[in-house]
Design a protein around this ligand. Structure first.
Ligand code: SF4
Length: 477
């Protein structure tokens, strides 16, 4: 079997902006790529007009997921990793008000979002439900490119094979497509899953850079949790969803004061280990991330934005309640989680538009379950067993966000994914993998066949489920 795709930990964990990796980060990246294409062909200053066509799920739930905002930011050549998230609304408002967009930040072109963003509600492109076509007109001819946002912030250009050209030349010491490959390497070498991933990552960069980069990923995740736990108020979008993490945080700490993350963590740890106390904290961590995500905050895909709270919540649980506050343990946790996400991406999908919410929350839960299991001393077989258990009980989970916003059921669903990951890990740690009837590869395959059978109403279109059965009217505006 040939290896399909080289996926690094930094492909799975990407720093970006909420609320959606497939509908915000991916289209943002696609617009940036289109700008680079213009730079290398037509030339930015010759362009007079740009039109953006959104297809399939990007059209149906694009407004709720911020796709309109993302493509405008990308056309301005702003970067989702570094752009000040608090300045996004002002920038988008001024484009709408002035009907002028600074293409690549240097060429002010006429751009009216009402006219130049075209939502093709009844049309999906054949390759993938998340299609976007950009057209740039220079006065005599039009440059047109189509991109697909295939989940987790990954982008594929039409006519170009999936994967980054630079990654195609990477030769991995342990190429992995399936859980069986991974288990074989672990058995042959006696290494842990995170050891195997560490070795593979050295094909991209020196080990020290991997460590530094992964700790930076954790820093962004941690800051997101902390920020979410301190921020109160209503989420944007019109559903009038009230943030809950701040209230839970305040109640659990009984109004105790702290100045920074370290003091906050010490207070959490000092609260004991009663089951309901830990359970409340895990929910609080997950809610905090996904409330930040819904508010267009800075988050890390894990493997997606909609499911961005599960892995950080479980890692934070490990740090706060399992003696896991150690850089090496944190790095290993995230490396193991990323490998499980890669196996799902290669064998199934991490795109809700292809597979429903099992592809987001289900995958994130499996990632967290395996990582926690290794971190708690489980062997590789137990870690893979934990990933299998976590996904097995997310199979068939639909994606039906109300009003197309990544809020209901998305935010709460991250708490469920985190708790299931911890339960799956405990079951695996208490279990014997040789007695397991379902393999991780078996559940990856099952998830994919379930995805193919799933009605498109339940694949990030907001055409079914809660999205149509919960009558919530938006305020007049
Ligand atoms: S329902 Fe699940 S898959 Fe769909 S947007 Fe929400 S979190 Fe993502």
């Amino acid at each position: 079997m040939t290896q399909r795709e080289n996926i690094s930990v930094f492909h799975m964990f990407k720093i970006g902006v909420g609320p959606s990796s497939s509908h915000t980060l991916g289209p943002w990246r696609a617009a940036q790529q289109f700008v680079e294409k213009i730079q290398s062909t037509t030339g930015i200053n010759k362009v007079q007009r740009v039109t953006v066509h959104l297809y399939g799920s990007l059209a149906k739930t694009g407004k709720g997921h911020g796709t309109d905002i993302a493509v405008q930011m990308g056309l301005c050549a702003d970067d989702p990793v570094t752009f000040d998230v608090y300045a996004i609304a002002g920038k988008i408002n001024s484009i709408a008000h002035d009907k002028t967009l600074p293409l690549a930040g240097v060429n002010p072109i006429t751009f009216d979002p009402q006219v130049h963003l075209v939502y093709h509600m009844d049309k999906a492109l054949p390759f993938h439900p998340n299609g976007v076509t950009f057209e740039a007109f220079d006065g005599s001819q039009t440059l047109s490119e189509t991109y697909y946002s295939i989940g987790g912030g990954f982008v594929v250009q039409e006519g170009v094979l999936p994967g980054n050209a630079a990654d195609e030349n990477i030769i991995l010491k342990h190429p992995i497509d399936t859980a069986e490959h991974l288990m074989d390497y672990c058995n042959e070498t006696g290494l842990s899953i995170s050891d195997v991933v560490f070795i593979n990552e050295t094909s991209w960069r020196p080990e020290v850079e991997t460590r530094t980069g992964v700790l930076n990923i954790w820093r962004v995740m941690r800051e997101c949790i902390y920020r979410g736990c301190q921020t109160r108020g209503e989420l944007p979008g019109g559903l009038r969803v009230i943030r809950r993490a701040e209230t839970i945080n305040r109640n659990l700490l009984q109004q105790a004061s702290y100045q920074n993350y370290e003091e906050w963590l010490a207070l959490i740890k000092s609260g004991g280990n009663q089951f309901s106390y830990i359970l409340d904290w895990v929910s609080c961590f997950a809610l905090a991330v996904n409330e930040e995500n819904a508010a267009f905050g800075r988050v890390v895909t894990a493997p997606t934005n909609g499911a961005a709270g599960v892995v950080p919540a479980v890692l934070m649980y490990f740090i706060a309640f399992c003696n896991g506050n150690d850089d090496d343990k944190i790095v290993r946790f995230l490396l193991t989680a990323s490998e499980i996400g890669s196996i799902f991406k290669k064998g199934s999908t991490i795109s809700a538009a292809m597979g429903g919410c099992q592809a987001e929350i289900g995958v994130s839960s499996a990632m967290a379950a395996a990582a926690l299991t290794e971190a708690m001393g489980g062997n590789p077989a137990q870690a893979l067993m934990a990933a299998e258990i976590a996904m097995e009980h997310h199979l068939g989970l639909t994606c039906d966000p109300i009003r197309g916003l990544v809020q209901i059921p998305c935010i709460e669903r991250n708490t469920m994914g985190a708790i299931k990951a911890i339960t799956a890990s405990q079951l695996a740690l208490q279990g014997n993998p040789s007695h397991a009837k379902v393999s991780l590869d078996g559940v990856v395959k099952t998830m994919w066949t379930t995805a193919q059978d799933m009605n498109s109403k339940y694949k990030e279109t907001a055409d079914g489920g809660l999205a149509v059965n919960v009558p919530i009217s938006l305020p007049e505006c």
